[in-house]
Design a protein around this ligand. Structure first.
Ligand code: NAP
Length: 241
């Protein structure tokens, strides 16, 4: 498919399956060229093929969000392939081990905390900072961080998971820090909660489809210039911090 200059470009991390794939599919259907960020070559190629078969313009970007080198190489790939980014969706995330009380706060395994933070929070910072120069070249850049209402200190919802839930609280806080730092720019940064979605993450034992989970990310990725900055949203509106 030929790319024209006004075609918008989106990078989705962890786009090979689950909610990330559905976000990639949704952005592709909206006419975005989609950079499919995924760490495994076979899974990445398969996802790109599926998106292309559905009529989307997509290309693969090797991306492990826990690796500085991989993230830097991914930024180079995006720059060389399309030259800028209009949308970044930080979707890649992990739940972390729970065996042996690893995420019970009273027996918390700090190695699990480090591992979860490295992907769910530090990964977002790595990718965002590597991609910001490309985002600054776009007319109306948008960053969407896929969070969870499990990170809400007000709602106190979901199972007790003392690595995963705090990782999303911190991601929400980091989202606000970015929104403040970028307040004088045209870059809108927000966090999204997809709801409880049937994916590998939930053992496919949840009521919402990946497409339903992707909907709020698509809305935040396509906000108008006067849209919110540093907010936390789901399909129903604002989520309590
Ligand atoms: P999923 O099906 O397990 O997909 C997770 C994706 O993240 C996969 O593509 C995975 O790649 C990728 N990933 C994990 N670690 C990575 C790394 N180091 N580098 C690059 N990619 C990495 O889970 P999901 O349910 O779609 O979750 C997506 C996001 O939604 C997560 O941030 C999750 O916390 C959030 N969320 C999910 C739910 C839910 O109910 N499912 C609810 C609230 C929030 P591999 O295939 O290579 O592992």
């Amino acid at each position: 498919m030929d790319r024209v200059n006004d075609t918008k470009i989106a990078l989705v991390t962890g786009a090979n399956k689950g909610i990330g794939f559905a976000i990639a599919q949704g952005l592709g259907a909206l006419g975005f060229t989609v950079a499919v960020g995924a760490r495994d070559e076979a899974r990445r190629t398969e996802a790109v093929d599926r998106l292309r078969a559905a009529g989307s313009d997509a290309f693969g970007v090797a991306l492990d969000v826990t690796s500085d080198e991989s993230v830097a190489a991914a930024a180079s790939t995006v720059e060389q392939t399309v030259g800028r980014l209009d949308v970044l969706v930080n979707n890649a995330g992990i739940g972390g081990r729970i065996d042996g009380g690893a995420q019970d706060p009273v027996t918390l395994d700090l190695d699990v905390v480090r591992t979860v933070l490295d992907t769910n929070v530090f990964g977002v910072v790595r990718v965002t900072n590597a991609m910001l120069p490309l985002l600054r070249r776009a007319a109306a850049p948008r960053i969407v961080n896929i969070s969870s209402n499990m990170g809400s200190l007000t709602l106190r919802t979901g199972p007790i998971l003392a690595a995963y839930a705090p990782s999303k609280s911190m991601l929400n806080s980091v989202t606000v820090q970015y929104a403040r730092a970028l307040a004088e720019t045209n870059i809108l940064v927000n966090a999204a909660c997809p709801g409880y979605v049937a994916t590998d993450f939930t053992g496919f034992n949840a009521p919402r489809t990946p497409e339903q989970g992707a909907a709020i990310a698509l809305r935040l990725a396509t906000l108008p210039d006067d849209g919110p900055r540093g907010g936390f949203f789901d399909d129903a509106g604002v989520v309590a911090w």
